[in-house]
Ligand binder design. Sequence first.
Ligand code: GLY
Length: 413
Amino acid sequence: MKRRDFISGLAVTSAVAAAGQTGAKPGEPMQIPNPSKQVPRVDHAKNIMICSANGYSYIDAGFEKLRGGADTLDSAITVVSGPENDPNDDSVGLGGLPNEEGVVELDACCMHGPTRRAGSVGGVRDIKNVAAVSKAVMEHTGHVMLVGEGATRFAVALGFPKENLLTDRSRRIWLLWKETHSNQDWWGPGLADPNWKPPAAMSSNVAPSDMELVKSQPAHIQKLYSAAADLGIAPQDRMDAIHKVLYPPTGTINCSALNEKGEMSSVTTTSGLAWKLPGRCGDSPIIGAGCYCDQDVGAAGATGNGEENIKVAGGHTIVENMRHGMSPEEAGMDALKRISRNYNHDMTRLSYLNMFYYILRKDGAYAGVSLWSGRGDGPRRYCVHDGTRRYETAKYLYEGVAKNWPPMPQLPK
Ligand code: GLY
């Protein structure tokens, strides 16, 4: 008997013993004690997918697979591998923004509802389709999570091609950060430190033309602009690159899928926080934080500041909230409130954070909830497909825009 079979045998024995204590019979969904509220009973499930807004261009392909009877996880991976393969999408996969050493390190995890399995990879270099690699960990190993060099070697053994993930575009943005970041790296006290202080204010002038606009900026933005020009970053991309240098994005795409049989899966993939310390893993590869799925209840995934989401185990918290009768929106809002509570609702610190949850319940009810509302002309959105592909506006905890200091000029659409 293999060691893991032996362990599985023990697990079954323990589960039967536990079932005896709770009154559940083997094969029946676990019941919560005294369920005053429960997940609605589902007689007819439906095909539906939910994902972050950056999946909009790719969700059609995933939904076609789902409608055609493909597995829910395969359909969701079809969606997220779109931006993973796109060299111009700098949030995930090929062309993702790198760590502080200029090396792209990717994280991903997945959960397969029908078989109640999970897979995860963290800090993977040179392999762009890490969502599929996380599924391969689930299918081809007795482990749940592989990280670093071992994860890359595993992917190569499985036939995933090795390539340099740093594109010319992402390299130039990294160089802009490298040459100008000075005291804005991730060393030193973080937002959670009691001694943290916000940087000093800058002018909020927004000029109509690019040149006027740059002149109106404080000296350090003007310096960044000319450095971006020196690095060969195209004029139309310069302010976007400056924004990424000043406010390192966390990228990420999550997608959950439900089919007509009531099967569900979820997957999250990311290049993680731009300019991170090598080896940093955010929430995306953490089962229960960046993604969680239990098809007795539903699925939830996240984009935003991984450090905050790990601390509230967002994906798992939301699914458990729904198990106890909350709607998808209530369940997500509760997780956002836990993040706010972790900062004693200090709005100065919270204004530097982003968090967005994508929630799908087993009956097809769904919600997208965001810590911040976004601008009036650009509210936070997510993407849904149930036969009709559409953006939907997120519910939010706080009115306003994250990271709204210093005020930045309007970015090109
Ligand atoms: N949510 C993605 C990350 O923090 O890495």
